[in-house]
Design a binder for this molecule. Structure first.
Ligand SMILES: Cc1cc2nc3c(=O)[nH]c(=O)nc-3n(C[C@H](O)[C@H](O)[C@H](O)COP(=O)(O)OP(=O)(O)OC[C@H]3O[C@@H](n4cnc5c(N)ncnc54)[C@H](O)[C@@H]3O)c2cc1C
Length: 514
């Protein structure tokens, strides 16, 4: 008797379960059938964020990337991402406020920042950090980068004594989520390059792409999100944006990947979008110069922590010439005014020397990585160092012996001061590396509003968005003004990427009747 009741109940349960599953699948298919189609162009942090947020808001998404792999410059980021009033700051007892963060950003950007965008950036920074943490990322390590009034740049703890590659880890976590959890909604197309945009009835109707075989394809969609990054590597012969807007920087190397050629700006410009701050280009003072390939236009970015842990900058005469802890643009300016070109090369260089203690404080694990890459020399003798510079040993010794005395470059904090005995030791053993200022970030780009809508070029004061087109990340301008604060770019990608993805998924829902 009991067994037969049990059998009947199980059959019924199975039937309900079957009907429920069937209904769910049907419903999901119906939702997908009616879903908005969003095309996201560019797969860095802004693109992946927009993709996830559009999919979570019910859209079918096609993510297009011109390279063979996804991640863009976002995967190269090392310092971290800013956030104010975050749980990590609270756990560490750091007092911060949205207003203070907003003020720091506006101060750094001069009068050029779009205040409405900065407000959104700062006020949504806490939820951006929470959003990233929800993918299993531990962003608990905080540092105070130049221009910030408190510690608010978040990164991951070191792994085996080496800094964790925060940009790479963020991209990997989001990529996995897209590939595993959103595979029914998101199609990723690599080796697919945006080449054109077509507007119909005031709305972006379709885009044109080519693949690696030069085969053209058209994509129609309800909305598009442009996340193609900046133009720091744009040395194109015909239409270089650097040549047009910052010609004095054209000869400099870059810390960016080869993909940073401003395609999004160039193509969107043809359909009449408004551009802003295109001449504001950030040059980082410390791109590593490899002695084996000094003319290579792509440079590894040297971490600010090398100077932060006491590294001393000298020129080829073995003389200091600046406050090593000054702002990026100040150090860059001093290098150009006080340093000469590397022998037999066109590259203006500065040298950084470290003693064993500085190297330890910086992290021997990370230093080993750079030594293996041939970006650092291990020197056993000061005369070896002087020989690399081509300077007198006495001049270099003099620099070290006088380091820390009434600093004429205005350096107030000395992360490392030497006793006389230590100075003698320092004169024997050091690590040496060579830097050149390199183009790092383009503040200018496509003008957007706080809803991440792309704005048309127009004489009228009122904003006129181009229907169906959103943008986020380095392809846009206005957030950073004349100078971006460290950590604000990854943040901009997450904050405006989320807004763009959400709005792109929902922007058409009224006209589509749901
Ligand atoms: C070495 C380095 C370290 C950095 N460290 C930090 C840091 O610690 N913190 C911080 O906030 N910022 C940092 N930045 C800046 C920051 O990484 C970038 O500005 C930011 O990641 C840009 O993200 P994005 O998504 O807008 O563009 P990207 O990440 O560059 O992605 C753009 C993508 O679009 C693709 N694309 C371009 N054109 C086309 C086309 N025509 N068709 C299809 N796809 C296209 C590109 O191939 C690329 O994959 C660093 C930058 C560098 C170079």
């Amino acid at each position: 008797m009991l067994i037969s009741i049990f059998t009947i109940l199980s059959r019924r349960l199975f039937k309900y379960f079957y009907l429920f599953s069937f209904y769910s699948i049907q419903r999901k298919d119906m939702i997908l059938e009616n879903a908005a189609h969003v095309v996201v162009i560019g797969s860095g942090l802004a693109g992946l964020t927009s993709t996830i947020e559009a999919a979570r808001n019910g859209a079918k998404v096609t993510l297009i990337e011109k390279e063979g792999t996804i991640g863009g410059n976002s995967a190269k980021a090392t310092s971290g991402i800013n956030g104010s009033e975050t749980k990590y700051q609270m756990d560490a007892g750091i007092k911060d406020s949205i207003e203070e963060f907003e003020n720091d950003t506006l101060k750094s950007g001069g009068d050029f920042c779009d205040k409405s965008l900065v407000k959104v950036l700062a006020s949504q920074s806490k939820s951006a950090i929470e959003w990233l943490s929800s993918f299993g990322l531990n962003l608990s390590v905080l540092s105070q980068c130049g221009g910030h009034s408190v510690k608010r740049t978040h990164r991951e703890p070191d792994v085996n004594g080496r800094p964790a590659p925060v940009g790479w880890d963020i991209i990997s976590a989001l990529r996995k989520h897209v590939e595993n959890d959103l595979k029914d909604q998101v199609t990723v197309k690599v080796n697919t390059k945006l080449t054109d945009m077509v507007v119909d009835n005031d709305r972006l109707a379709k885009i044109v792409t080519v693949d690696s075989q030069s085969t053209a394809e058209e994509f129609e969609a309800d909305s598009f999100v442009l996340t193609t990054g900046g133009f720091s590597a744009d040395k194109s012969y015909n239409d270089s944006l650097l040549k047009e807007f910052a010609p004095n920087l054209l000869s400099l190397a870059t810390t960016n990947g080869k993909w940073a050629t401003g395609d999004g700006v160039k193509i969107a410009r043809k359909i009449g979008v408004s551009l802003v701050d295109m001449d504001k280009v950030q040059v980082h003072p410390t791109g590593f110069v490899s002695l084996e390939d000094p003319e290579n236009h792509q440079k590894f970015l040297a971490p600010e922590a090398l100077r932060g842990h006491g590294g001393i900058l000298v020129n080829s005469f073995g003389k200091r010439f600046c406050n090593e802890l000054g702002l990026r643009d100040e150090v860059t300016g001093s290098i150009f005014s006080n340093c000469s070109r590397l022998k037999g090369s066109q590259t203006t260089v500065a040298y950084l020397i470290l003693d064993e203690k500085m190297a330890k404080d910086f992290g021997k694990g990370a230093l080993e990585f750079y030594i293996k890459k041939k970006l650092f020399l291990v020197c056993s003798d000061i005369s070896q160092v002087a020989a690399v510079f081509g300077c007198k040993v006495e001049d270099l010794k003099d620099t070290i012996l006088n380091y820390g005395k009434d600093d004429k470059f205005g350096k107030k904090t000395f992360p490392r001061l030497f006793s006389l005995e230590e100075k003698q030791t320092f004169c024997k053993i050091d690590y040496l590396t060579i830097f050149t200022p390199s183009i790092h970030y383009t503040m200018g780009g496509i003008r957007i509003n706080a809803a991440a809508e792309v704005l048309k070029e127009s004489d009228q004061a009122q904003e006129i968005p181009i229907k169906g087109l959103f943008a986020a990340g380095e392809v846009t301008g206005g957030v950073h003004g004349k100078n971006r604060l460290a950590g604000n770019s990854l943040l901009e990608c997450v904050v405006f990427g989320r807004i763009a993805g959400r709005h792109a998924a929902l922007s058409n829902s009224v006209s589509r009747g749901f």
